[in-house]
Write a protein that binds this ligand. Structure first.
Ligand SMILES: NC(=O)c1ccc[n+]([C@@H]2O[C@H](COP(=O)([O-])OP(=O)(O)OC[C@H]3O[C@@H](n4cnc5c(N)ncnc54)[C@H](OP(=O)(O)O)[C@@H]3O)[C@@H](O)[C@H]2O)c1
Length: 299
């Protein structure tokens, strides 16, 4: 029997949040949304929405009274500030906290000092300390790159222009989970309270490589000729880090750091050969499912 009946979600209005909110509601948890500001029509009228100040332990503690589980899907910019949310969760007696992370290689020790990844390590460390003191329990979900993002733009293949910039040799592996399945996995975590206690769990609907996608694309549309070029992930990462050090915090620079690590394959552990899919209720894609996805992009 799950110990979690009521769940609060912080960051429900973003890219990932709505999928997690839907999964929690569909799984019949009593759901509360914590938001910086209530926006008309942002959430279904049946969902309880509470406006909070994410910088105030008092404000958050009041909102978290009676909540068993708290999942954060807050924006990357707000990750470091989750210590306030954790302190409030402890004060309110929340049993399980899931920090906003949801990455592919975010837990690789090699990335601990990197600017984008460092806040996630700090939060994990903070949670470990609190758990050791018996204050609350935590779970981190590593889910690989969002499948919707990989297919939503020219991330691995540029389906619209039939171009591919291959990272290294194009054989780097990356795990991926769709946004709805990240939601399902989070439900699976709350439903498997003991088995997911104080640990990193992994979901991976599929392990992709650019060459695999290219082969599928050529199979489903032999008439299309692909233009390919190559780039070294180590060079992409270095360029991003240099630009960031020079004070450029723009999205293209952040993307270089993300691509230089998440798309570097096994160097940073971006592909999970062992997963918690079964426990979390995440179904893996078949070759046929993948073929349909690629064909859909080339229709
Ligand atoms: N694996 C992947 O491929 C992948 C890709 C993208 C993101 N991610 C991860 O997924 C998580 C969620 O990302 P997302 O893209 O869904 O987030 P997002 O859309 O950028 O933001 C989510 C929500 O965070 C809340 N928020 C609270 N404090 C904030 C602040 N100071 N600045 C901005 N927003 C704030 C906002 O909700 P309210 O306005 O309602 O408060 C916002 O809608 C992050 O951990 C991110 O690293 C993973």
């Amino acid at each position: 029997m799950s110990e979690i009946k009521s769940v609060a979600i912080a960051g429900a209005s973003g890219s990932l949040g709505p999928h997690v909110l839907k999964a929690l509601v569909d799984a019949n948890f009593q759901v509360t949304v914590l938001t910086r500001s209530k926006k008309q029509g942002a959430f279904d009228a049946s969902v309880k929405v509470v406006e909070v100040d994410f910088t105030s332990v008092e404000s958050l503690t009041a909102a978290l009274k009676g909540i068993d589980g708290l999942v954060s899907t807050m924006a990357a910019a707000a990750i470091e500030n989750q210590t306030v949310l954790i302190d409030a969760a402890i004060a309110a007696g929340v049993k399980r906290f899931m920090p906003s992370e949801y990455g592919s290689c975010t837990t690789s020790p090699k990335l601990e000092a990197l600017p984008i990844y460092a806040p996630m390590f700090k939060i994990r460390q903070y949670l470990q300390e609190k758990a050791k003191a018996g204050k609350l329990t935590w779970t981190v979900l590593a889910c690989g790159a969002f499948l919707d993002f990989l297919f939503g733009g020219p991330m691995l293949l540029d389906y619209a222009n039939h171009k591919a910039i291959l990272f290294d040799e194009g054989d780097n592996r990356i795990s991926s989970t769709s946004l709805p399945n990240v939601g399902k996995a989070i439900v699976g975590i709350f439903k498997n309270f003991e088995a997911t206690k104080n640990k990193i769990v992994r979901s991976s609907e599929v392990i992709l490589t650019q060459n695999k996608l290219l082969r599928i694309a050529e199979g489903v549309r032999p008439d299309i000729k692909w233009e390919t070029s190559k780039v070294q992930t180590s060079a992409v990462l270095k360029e991003g880090l240099d630009e960031l050090s020079a004070g450029d915090f723009s999205m293209p620079v952040i993307m270089k750091i993300l691509k230089g690590t998440a798309f570097a394959g096994d160097i940073y552990g971006g592909a999970y050969d062992e997963t918690d899919n079964e426990l979390l209720g995440v179904k893996e894609l078949t070759e046929e499912d993948l073929k349909k996805l690629v064909a859909g992009k080339l229709a």
